[in-house]
Ligand binder design. Structure first.
Ligand code: FAD
Ligand code: NAD
Length: 471
């Protein structure tokens, strides 16, 4: 091993949290090293998460649309065929160009990229097993843990990423399954379920709760998207739990029953996607060597400045509290470097948008109706359907709605919930409005270009403090 070199900051993990912090630290003039073990930067998001899934979502949507939605647009197409291998290649090209882009940004910002697995040797030293098998170590005045998360396993099912898969297998299947059962109707289940449903699989989603979409999605919006996904061919079993799995034969069997006990049945599938959530990943990090502990959900415990009980060791991203989202990790990365260099930093956890990239998309920011009710907040609701929006009509893509929740007295926006075309882009306006403490009247009196989908956003705001014009 070479003698330990001292850095201002050592980052363990080169995912969105770690790589953004590294670039920001470089920009602030810190001597910084980032240790990443997977052989590519960008973490879950770029390599096996956000980016590859969105490539497949986009291209499977195009395929599905060309198959089912061209005639009434005046386009006659001939023989349409799926070339899955090429669809996967397109995905790989997007991924590799983006991960290489981060390597370039590291060089540009003087970040040292250490390819290997890091573990705490002591409070200031990280031992690194390099990819070539050799060992080294690096010392840090500050150390940032950004080791991310992994999918939560389902007891009794063995993940082989072929027959019983997580999202990692779901972005890399070599053929379209006949029958796919998705365990967990959250974001991953619905996004990856959509991909394979569009490509021809019979997809059944088994969800423990009474609604799909995972935590945070407004119940009315959830019902709305479920209806549309059902029209696309997806089947749903809500209030249903998987009791037992048998993956010993080629066809996987799942015993399911009503969540509250009762009617049981056995589902069969050639592929089972386990999508019941993700859990923090801190395995083999040597936490025991420095006395750091995780909470009962595996999260590293931190204060409001991201510090562990050892104040020079901080934690951000999926391996600590908060929603497991790339843009949340990115906000924290900037804030944590500001805490280190300037002693202040800020993330508004009340204004972090969520987007589900199905078709139509679902997007929201702020609180939903159930949360407001539980908090005893008096609120008013304004909605506008895309079926009354001119652009959605011309695009022949008008399923969905925009919904505002605002304080009953002050009209301040408390939540925005959208299901509809381009909801993921449109939510940026809702996030900005929330961040600036806008009222629905502020939005409703702002000019929005015609004809755009964004007019539905304006009109839903108008419907909250007064009346919409076109509905
Ligand atoms: P990660 O991205 O998991 O990065 C942690 C990195 O640390 C990994 O590369 C790992 O190899 C490395 N590491 C771990 N331990 C060590 C060690 N000891 N030494 C060296 N390196 C180590 N979020 C969104 O906002 N939008 C989306 O559309 C979206 N889509 C997703 C789709 C899928 C299928 C999945 C699974 C997730 C998706 N997410 C999405 C969530 C997003 O990927 C995560 O929130 C984000 O990656 C978290 O970043 P992170 O840096 O905290 O962790
Ligand atoms: P999730 O928490 O969104 O959904 C898991 C779902 O599984 C929940 O609805 C839960 O009720 C259900 N469930 C749990 N146990 C079950 C069981 N035994 N049987 C049936 N249902 C069960 O988790 P996910 O979809 O796995 O996603 C993991 C993380 O990745 C999330 O934090 C998500 O935010 C993130 N992610 C984000 C995006 C995006 O932003 N577009 C995309 C993919 C993943």
């Amino acid at each position: 091993a070479t003698p330990a070199e001292e850095k201002d900051l050592v980052i363990i993990g080169g995912g969105v949290a770690g790589y953004v912090a590294a670039i920001k630290a470089g920009q602030e003039g810190l001597k910084v090293a980032c240790i990443e073990k997977r052989g590519a930067l960008g973490g879950t998001c770029l390599n096996v998460g956000c980016i590859p899934s969105k490539s497949l979502l986009n291209n499977s949507h195009l395929y599905h649309q060309i198959l089912h939605d061209t005639k009434n647009r005046g386009i006659d197409v001939g023989d349409v065929k799926l070339n899955l291998a090429n669809m996967m290649k397109a995905k790989e090209t997007s991924v590799s160009s983006l991960t290489k882009g981060i390597e370039f940004l590291f060089k540009k910002n003087n970040v040292e990229y250490i390819k290997g697995t890091g573990a705490f040797a002591d409070e200031h030293t990280v031992a690194v097993r390099l990819q070539d098998g050799s060992e080294t170590s690096v010392r840090g005045k500050n150390i940032l843990i950004a080791t991310g998360s992994e999918s939560t396993p389902f007891p009794g099912l063995t993940i082989d990423e072929k027959k019983v898969i997580t999202s990692t297998g779901a972005i890399a299947l070599e053929k379209v399954p006949n029958k796919m059962v998705v365990v967990g109707g959250g974001i991953i289940g619905l996004e990856m379920g959509s991909v394979w449903c569009r490509l021809g699989a019979e997809v059944t989603v088994v969800e423990f709760l009474g609604q799909i979409g995972g935590p945070g999605m407004d119940a009315e919006i959830s019902k709305n998207i479920q209806k549309t996904l059902a029209k696309q061919g997806m089947k749903f079993m809500l209030n249903t739990k998987v009791v037992k799995g048998d993956d010993s034969a080629e066809i996987v069997k799942l015993d399911v029953e009503a969540a509250k006990g009762g009617k049981a049945q056995t589902l069969e599938a050639d592929v089972v996607l386990v999508a019941i959530g993700r859990r923090p990943y801190t395995a083999n990090l040597g936490l025991e060597n420095i006395g750091l502990e995780t909470d009962n959900r595996g999260r590293l415990v931190i204060d409001s400045e991201y510090r562990t009980k050892l104040p020079h060791i901080r934690v951000i991203g999926d391996c600590t509290f908060g929603p497991m989202l790339a843009h949340k990790a990115e906000e924290e990365a900037v804030a944590v470097i500001e805490f280190i260099t300037k002693n202040y930093g800020h993330v508004n956890y009340g204004a972090i948008p969520s987007v589900m990239y199905t078709h139509p998309e679902v997007a929201w920011v702020g609180q939903n109706e159930a949360e407001l009710k539980e908090a005893g907040v008096k609120y008013k609701v304004g909605t506008f359907p895309f079926s009354a929006n001119s652009r959605a009509k011309t695009n022949q893509d008008s399923d969905g709605m925009v919904k505002f929740l605002a304080d009953a007295e002050t009209d301040r926006i408390l939540g925005v919930h959208i299901v509809g075309p381009n909801a993921g882009e449109m939510i940026a306006e809702g996030t900005l409005a929330l961040e600036y403490g806008a009222s629905t009247e502020d939005v409703g009196r702002t000019s929005h270009a015609h004809p755009t989908l964004a007019e539905a956003f304006k009109e839903a705001a108008m419907a909250t403090y007064g009346k919409a014009i076109h509905y």
